[in-house]
Design a protein around this ligand. Structure first.
Ligand SMILES: [Zn+2]
Length: 69
């Protein structure tokens, strides 16, 4: 015993930027930080960056399907 802080607040690992963030949304049981979520919303579908987001989110879907199998 004697430990007052067994766990520090780390947040969750963001699916897109792969950083640990405290605030964000959950998508397909994965986590997307507020910064990335805002960027996705502001990125046009014609932007090549959007494809990157789609790809990263696709990974989440694959992971979830594996988990259910
Ligand atoms: Zn992020």
């Amino acid at each position: 015993m004697g430990k007052y802080h067994t766990q520090s607040i780390k947040g969750e690992k963001c699916l897109i930027c792969e950083n640990n963030k405290l605030e964000g949304i959950h998508l397909f049981q994965s986590f997307i930080c507020m910064d990335c979520e805002r960027e996705i919303v502001n990125t046009k579908t014609s932007d090549p960056k959007y494809q990157f987001f789609v790809y990263q989110m696709g990974k989440a879907r694959i992971l979830q399907e594996r988990r259910q199998a």
